[in-house]
Design a protein around this ligand. Structure first.
Ligand code: KG4
Ligand code: ZN
Length: 340
């Protein structure tokens, strides 16, 4: 009988201090997340210095809780997986240092994990039958990538944003609408009361690259619209602006992603990252995939935004491939997907 593999996973790349225990890559035994959102809200975005300091305060507690909830001690852990990039360097360093310290003190093997690989692997947790190859759209606060998942840990990026990430656009437009931080969930909610066809915001195409994205023009169009309303003394229907903006993002994401799925010949498609928890985006993909006879996968909201369970899932497959990190593992803020 095959021995069970228990991964203790740690994630601290941005503003969530998180630890989890994952069994055999797909079974989450605990998933503890300390969110710093309240702390950063008053500044309208993540303040790196504050994030690092809070990670330091919380990391040990979060790791202890993850083990406790899984009814385990460090002796039961097979390997430690930790996000080492991309992300905020000071924030990443806290998780990496904690993971290295535990590995050094106990001799438990260490596996460095790419944050985006984590987001993609979140899909394995609840979709037990999902296996590569498939196409995945990663849409988060820092990334918008269209990725061919060729095998576990083997990726090819076929499309990416040329400027803002999708989540970044949500956050900036929400700020302009006075909705606060983080903007994605607020726009998601407000859009339900608005008319998505009220304002014809642009759907950008990137010359010579069918699967690349650009959101800065859309963001500027929303800001210009708001300014011109103000100058003309016209009342802004915020719900209509939110819904029309969101629809423009969705149209581009769905259009590019499913065109790529068809052209590359994939009948399995997944979404990942914070923006993947957007309710209208999920509905739009579900409907389009149904029409095109493509199987559609998505993680629950808790596994879309930053968490450590997804790092445990990715770490398991890296561990199984024999990948080990040394105690010289460092934080790499601009780590590329597929690089080590
Ligand atoms: O994956 P994530 O937690 O962190 C990064 O790795 O960046 O993504 C955070 C991003 C934020 O920009 C947030 O506004 C966006 O995901 N987001 C959403 C929703 N929930 C979170 N965007 C649209 N709709 C949502 N429901
Ligand atoms: Zn993330």
């Amino acid at each position: 009988m095959k021995e069970d593999i228990y991964i203790l996973a740690i994630e601290s790349s941005c503003d969530e201090t998180a630890a989890a225990v994952v069994k055999n890559g797909r079974e989450v035994l605990s998933n503890v997340i300390f969110s710093q959102i309240e702390l950063h809200r008053q500044y309208g975005g993540v303040v790196p210095e504050i994030a690092s300091r809070k990670h330091i305060e919380k990391i040990n507690q979060v790791i202890e809780e993850a083990l406790e909830q899984a009814c385990m001690t460090l002796q039961d852990v097979t390997a430690i997986a930790v996000t080492y990039g991309p992300g905020l360097v000071g924030a990443l360093l806290v998780g990496v240092s904690a993971a290295k310290a535990i590995s050094f003190a106990t001799g438990i093997p260490l596996v460095g994990v790419h944050h985006i690989e984590g987001h993609i692997s979140a899909n394995y947790i609840e979709n037990k039958e999902l296996e590569p190859p498939f196409l995945c759209l990663v849409v988060s606060g820092g990334h918008t990538h269209l990725v061919v998942v060729k095998d576990y840990g083997t990726y090819e990026i076929v499309g990416r944003t040329r400027d803002d990430a999708a989540g970044e656009a949500f956050d900036k437009v929400a700020r302009a609408l006075g909705l606060g931080y983080p903007g994605g969930p607020r726009i998601d909610q407000l859009s339900k009361e608005g008319n998505a066809r009220a304002i014809p915001f642009p759907r950008a195409k990137v010359e010579e690259s069918a699967y690349d994205f650009s959101f800065s023009g859309l963001k500027s169009a929303v800001l210009n619209y708001l300014n011109s309303c103000e100058m003309k003394g016209v009342e802004v229907k915020r719900a209509d602006v939110a819904a029309s903006f969101q629809q423009a993002v969705i149209d581009v994401l769905v259009g590019h992603a499913l065109e790529a799925a068809e052209n590359y010949g994939y009948d399995k498609f997944a979404i990942a990252g914070g923006v993947a928890s957007n309710s209208s985006l999920r509905t739009a993909f579900a409907e389009e995939c149904r029409q095109r006879k493509i199987r559609f996968y998505y993680p629950s909201a808790v596994y879309c935004t930053d968490n450590a369970a997804m790092i445990g899932a990715a770490g398991y497959y890296e561990y199984q491939k024999g990948i080990r990190s040394g105690l010289d593992l460092n934080a790499v803020p601009n780590l590329k997907l597929g690089e080590r």
